[in-house]
Design a protein around this ligand. Structure first.
Ligand SMILES: C[S@@+](CC[C@H](N)C(=O)[O-])C[C@H]1O[C@@H](n2cnc3c(N)ncnc32)[C@H](O)[C@@H]1O
Length: 387
């Protein structure tokens, strides 16, 4: 199959498109086997980006948008200014009741041509607009109810325009794949890109997400807007967050109250979030979002709207949504106890002594505990149990 599109008298050819079925969408994408690195498909090498490994990201977003539409009523316009093949926006049109229109954009002429073809193929051209151009430029001239930012790397350059494009109470969904920066492995870049001073801590995966949401909050605050996270999580190589953007000044003030810094003492294993902007903040990391990463009530609804492909993962997130912030690692306990308990032993021991613990999706060997003063009790019970 060949795609020939003509823009400004230049032709674009993508040889060998293949059809992919994802959710209800049938999407033409460049044959992944033609664009490989070390024998493996590398979506970034293809003339139009499509990553099948991000299907969970898209399916979770479908569930989130369904639950969001339930709470606010239909007739919504979605803007997806970094569309690639168009798969995400097309899935929203086909799978989310209440989405009446999707505006899709991409800088690449090949992507734009493919989006138009995929819209046609899925019978949704009449409810969509495909624009070739820069994301910030597109966002500067639309007003919408949902903005979905799914960039290469960091969404930081697009957040401010997205907040402006949203109507009051709209939903901003964003993906970030620059985990190394947000988690503090690239300190200078974290300072430059996000204005965040990270610490290297055993719970860096969670504070990376908090740094990302914190950045969104700070960009919103500039515009007197507030942010209410509905879902924030990590999967594979990315973070994803969907937040309501309120243009009510009172919500902006409340968002600011949920900004702060984090601290960690490797000797006592103590970790903490501190509200506000301590001057100088020696030894602290941030600024980060210190409020909830998920809205438990919203998550309940979103799980009910989820397809089978992502239900179990979303159920796990939903359970975790009521857990306190900042997870612990089994390996940290190992350092102070002289042996590392298994996660099953830890869960069992905690339950037998009446200490509430949660698994966390942030780390396979991670757990959260109700009241960190209970950690000593748990360590003592684990030390006394046969191992
Ligand atoms: C990660 S891909 C999008 C994937 C897509 N959302 C999906 O779910 O399959 C990022 C896309 O952004 C486009 N892009 C990069 N910089 C852009 C910019 N400044 N404005 C508009 N599009 C841009 C790229 O051409 C690419 O197609």
């Amino acid at each position: 199959m060949y795609l020939n599109a003509y823009f400004n008298n230049s032709s674009v050819n993508i040889e060998e498109l293949v059809e992919v079925v994802e959710g209800k969408a049938r999407i033409l994408v460049p044959n992944p086997m033609k664009y490989t690195v070390g024998g493996r498909p590398e979506p970034a090498k293809a003339p139009v980006f499509f990553n099948p490994l991000m299907s969970n990201n898209r399916s979770i977003s479908v569930a989130v948008l369904r639950a969001f539409m339930d709470s606010r009523g239909g007739g919504a316009t979605v803007c997806e200014p970094l569309s690639g093949s168009g798969v995400r926006g097309i899935r929203y049109l086909l799978e989310v009741d209440g989405v009446s229109k999707v505006v899709m954009g991409d800088l690449s002429r090949e992507a734009h041509a493919l989006i138009m073809r995929n819209l046609e193929r899925n019978g949704v051209s009449d409810r969509a607009e495909a624009v070739r151009g820069d994301a910030n430029e597109l966002l500067s001239r639309v007003k919408c109810d949902v903005v979905d930012l799914d960039p290469f790397g960091s969404p930081a350059p697009f957040i401010s325009s997205a907040v402006r494009a949203l109507r009051d109470g709209g939903l901003l969904c964003l993906t970030a794949t620059d985990l190394g920066v947000l988690e503090g492995r690239h300190y200078n870049k974290a300072v430059r890109r996000y204005g965040v001073f990270p610490l290297r801590v055993p719970f860096s995966r969670e504070v990376g997400l908090r740094a990302l949401i914190g950045f969104v909050v700070r960009e919103a605050l500039v515009l007197d807007a507030g942010v209410i996270p509905l879902i924030g999580y990590h999967e594979r190589h990315y973070y994803r967050a969907c937040v309501v953007v309120s243009k009510d000044r009172a919500d902006a003030v409340e968002s600011l109250r949920n900004m702060g810094f984090y601290g960690y003492n490797p000797r006592t294993l103590k970790r903490w979030l501190t509200r506000g902007y301590p001057i100088g903040a020696p030894g602290l990391g941030g600024p980060v979002w210190i409020g909830g990463l998920m809205d438990p009530e919203f998550m309940d609804g979103a799980v009910r709207k989820a397809g089978d492909d992502v239900k179990a993962f979303m159920e796990a997130l939903s359970k975790e949504s009521i857990a306190p912030p900042l997870y612990f690692r089994l390996s940290e306990l190992g350092r102070v106890m002289g042996f590392t308990p298994s996660i099953d032993a830890l869960m069992e021991t905690a339950s037998s002594i009446g200490v509430r613990v949660w698994r966390t999706h942030f780390a396979v060997d991670g757990f959260k505990i109700e009241g960190d003063h209970k950690l000593a009790k748990l360590i003592s019970a684990l030390s006394g149990s046969p191992h």
